[in-house]
Design a protein around this ligand. Sequence first.
Ligand code: NI
Length: 398
Amino acid sequence: MKLIPEILQAKPQIEKIRRDIHAHPELCFQEQRTSDVIAKQLESWGLPVHRGLGKTGVVAIIEGQGPGKKIGLRADMDALPLQEHNRFAHASKHEGKMHACGHDGHVAMLLGACEYLAKHRDFKGTVYAIFQPAEEGGGGAREMIKDGLFDLFPCDAVFGMHNWPGLAVGEFGVTPGPMMASSNEFRITVTGKGGHAALPHNSADPLFAAAQIIQGLQGIITRNKRPVDSAVLSITQCHAGDASNIIPDSAWIGGTVRTFTIEVLDLIESRLRHIAGTVAQAYDCKADVEFLRNYPPTINHEKETAFAISVMQELVGEHRVNPRIDPTMGAEDFAYMLQAKPGCYAFIGNGDGDHRSTGHGMGPCHLHNPTYDFNDEILPLGSSYWVKLAQKYLASES
Ligand code: NI
């Protein structure tokens, strides 16, 4: 492994920042203290800082020696509404809030890179370090872009990274094309005619119709989309009725749809509306469909992904980089940045969780789990990746 020695030396200081942010988690668009800590650090290294894009976003501008290309490096900084179960010293001090996705580590890795680049301006062009709010459902990336992120900071390419539990420490995983799925939610309200449960022939039972719709929707996955296209349709909510002897007036079902392309998403939404409407009608009911498109799929660009892979391989060796990792059906708002600019989103191994102190009956160290913790051992690797990515990108011709 070819970590940058100066970054290795700075690890205790970066770890301290990481643990401080972990202990003070803030939710979507409320990252006030977090952005203050980030801005203060950046300014202490003599870097100009822009604040307020997407409410709490922070962008540091690192100018090299003379004009050249411009690269964007992005870290998300929000926490989750979750009660932490860990009891180590840096566990959350904010009731019901937790850095359970490792965005505290993402911030720290990028800060580590900023410190090094601020002190070593032996490159041409500009590095924009983008600290983004509200990844967890708020679309902070979209909001920063709406507020003019890429007008103010015209990146030629933009790169993102997420820690990945289960992937070994010292390893990277990435793939060109779809890396994470689109995330969408729906609610179907079925309205019929309520009545006495012993006299169903006098009613139009919305529960019975909803049950047929639930069955019918799975047919979209197995009968309508091409078998080679991946998609998930899960019904996760089903609500109706208050008593065993009353057929209710209405029932609603809700769930999520995940796809890797907009074309497949268009197909699923249109089939879902058609099946809900016609099946409800078959049982003398009516279906109202709300279909909400949240994050689009995160699609890595070929050229930038090949470039990122070459940097990873130089850093940790070819055998520690999986250049065709399985994409996941989770979603990520870096998708919006990759719609606006070419770039690549990658996973860095967080290990199996044995970095956590023992003795607290801790559960799996998985993302969004109350016993998760970012692995500080990977801080120097993440920072070194950012630095080498920036140096090599800015030194390249096209
Ligand atoms: Ni995350």
